[in-house]
Ligand binder design. Sequence first.
Ligand SMILES: Cc1ncc(COP(=O)(O)O)c(C=O)c1O
Length: 442
Amino acid sequence: MVTSADRATSRRVAPDPEAVAAARSVFDRDLDDGGLPVAEVVALLTEHGTPATVHSTGGRYFGFVTGGTLPAARAASVVAGEWDQNVALPAMSPIASILDTVAARWVRDLLGLPEGATVTFCAGASVANTTALTAARDAVLARVGHDVVADGLVAAPPVTVITSAEAHASIDKAVGAIGLGRDNVVRVPTDPTGALRADEVPEVGGPTIVILQAGNVNTGAMDPMDPLVAELRAAGAWVHIDGAFGAWAAASPSRRHLVAGMADADSWASDAHKWLNTPYDAGICAVRDPADLRRSFSTDAAYLTPEGADRALMHLGPQMSQRARGIEVWAALASLGRDGVADLVDRCCDLAARAAASLRTGGAEVLAPVSLNQVLVAFGEDSTTDAVVAAVQADGRTWAGATTWRGRRAMRFSVSSWASTVADVDASVAAILDVRDQVTAD
Ligand SMILES: Cc1ncc(COP(=O)(O)O)c(C=O)c1O
């Protein structure tokens, strides 16, 4: 049997450019009038498509915050594909509804969210942010007597949106998409680690949404949540936490302290396809009071079954038809168990710390404290750092992305995969330093 580790050592992480060109020449053509036999379709994909993939399921991919795929979750996605169940309404698939409901309860429990909170699965944290912030907008305006769902935003009182100066780009997308205006957002300065400064949060009054971050996408730093979240809620704000990856710190007894206060919020966004290592796409949206999701998203039509006691995802988010993402989440959690999830989080954090220490020893500059699974390094001037990152990506032994932080270009090395081992990290750091030496020798 070929293990993930074998695959990681025996193939490039980024695909060979020639394989990409070959795939393009095979696939990029006009649609034929006649169809192909199924076996030929599959053969084309595996023969020409697979070599052009990025090996992000292996242990040496450290790009973006991309989790691998746990074996059980990968297998479940094949089963789920075969089942092809629509989880919009329980009547559409009893089994999908059961697994979705159980997976949602397990996620709520692992993330330490309040018992009454509703967890739903969606396309990703961007969609989860947009869904939760829609509910937030409608809720804070309902409190002042404005019904956005019926009357729209045209005559609505203004809503103040407050977030970190280093909020994730998906927050901008969400705030713009729900009509609150990206340029209206109040951006609170951050401390040297990238966490929002609690002492800079303005006084809250009127309809207000505060968006905090569990896990700065560059540094992994957590915005301060305890007691800030509870205080902001007590002052009347709706508090949303974007915890796309960082919320999973709650699942580790040794890291849980990092997200103290997170559970006091009104809504949360996270991902299963990042740190939980399910296949794409699987986002997580959670809202303290399900009535707030229903206010924004519940709908009716003669052909639909009315909402009963069972949760019906089509009334809890923007999608109606949707694949049953809870199947893979259920499989991932069932295979790991509570201890396995904690171990996954801890291992990634420990490997990030190891990578940072080795890179520093090798002469790279670590730009921010490593408090979670993210490592930011520079290799001198911005142009040198960019050249090293590009050369590492082309080299194929490992893969990490580039970013700008505090005005410096940096390599962002994110440890998010169950498949990454000490050997993978050590080999990847050695490859990065080797490439750095080649680049700087030129
Ligand atoms: C903090 C944060 N929020 C939101 C997102 C968006 O997640 P997705 O790509 O699943 O939509 C990311 C992705 O990296 C993230 O790190």
